[in-house]
Write a protein that binds this ligand. Sequence first.
Ligand SMILES: *Cc1c(COP(=O)(O)O)cnc(C)c1O
Length: 386
Amino acid sequence: MRTLTEALDAQKNAGLERQRLSLDSAQGRLITVNGQSLLSFCSNDYLGLAADERIVEAFQRASKHYGLGSGASHLICGHSRAHTELEEAFAEFTGQQRALLFGSGYLANLGVVTTLARTHKQAYHDRLNHASLLDGSRLAGQRLRRYPHRDHTTLGQWLEQQHRPGPSLIATDGVFSMDGDLAPLAELIQLAEKNGSHLYLDDAHAFGVIGKEGGGSCCHWSIDQASLPTIMATLGKAFGCYGAIVAGSHDVIESLIQFSRPYTYTTALPAAMASAAMEALSIMRKEQWRRDHLADLINHFYAGAETIGLPLPRKPAAAIPIIPIIIGDSEQTVALSEALQQQEILLTGIRPPTVPEGQSRLRLTFSALHRQDDIDRLLDAFKQIL
Ligand SMILES: *Cc1c(COP(=O)(O)O)cnc(C)c1O
């Protein structure tokens, strides 16, 4: 067995060692790291709400009332009216019967998948699903199969050939976190209905970003939210906050409350965070200009990237502010990221195991706070480096 020291050396030698930055500023188009101001293209604060004054004020107001720590888990005495109000608002917005707050998207996925695994022993995952979905199946000891990315035809064949009895869980990201493409939701819903499976949609990167009022994947595809049994949105991305929320039928939510260990055995999200997220939800629904502006930035970038010959994937059918620039080699990806940083642009490389072997990339994200000349600066930097 390898020692930790040997494992760390191997990680370093493979060019996979990771390091943290230490920010001295809030999130925004410009961030400060070690006294250097950097134009940032790698946060998930898509709508630019993480440092929005109204949300910060909502947090301050609520923390004056509720304090900071929630003191206990939701089932003991950590649950407050602020939590309930956000859950009700989210259920109403998504057209689901009920909703439930979790400490984070990671915990929510562990909680939902392990709870559904009580009755759904077989799980089918898109090959590029977020790690937390897969970890849920692994933790639950579900039989796990990963279908080729977005390939509902293969999944359909697998479901038909399935010889073990009992309903299955189908889990998918709505918008894939590292590729920015969309799951074929209508086809997955059809398959799930035909087969009696439970479809779980992780809408972490879609909620707030696509669809009417930022309602996510269902709104984008004009699918009735009620035809999906369970949906998750994280509060850490477009909401600009922290935590996560799951919406579903009464029975799904009540089962999570009763059986989900990542719900039960952890301290409740601070009530003030729920109040801040409530404000974020209201801004997200009202301020369509943030999504329109993102669409303009994306179009501007694609047009410019074409003129300099930057290799990009096909533009997806929705304005998704995640654009992968696939480099392939890990060390080359890190070198490019460092060259950009010398030009005061922050775009960190993403390497295995976050993405498959040989698919290291620069994962470019936009925020509604970016301006068109920020995009021009990025394109200029690429032109010089490549
Ligand atoms: C970020 C992310 C999560 C985890 O959410 P957190 O709130 O950051 O823990 C889950 N699923 C997907 C697809 C994500 O991108």
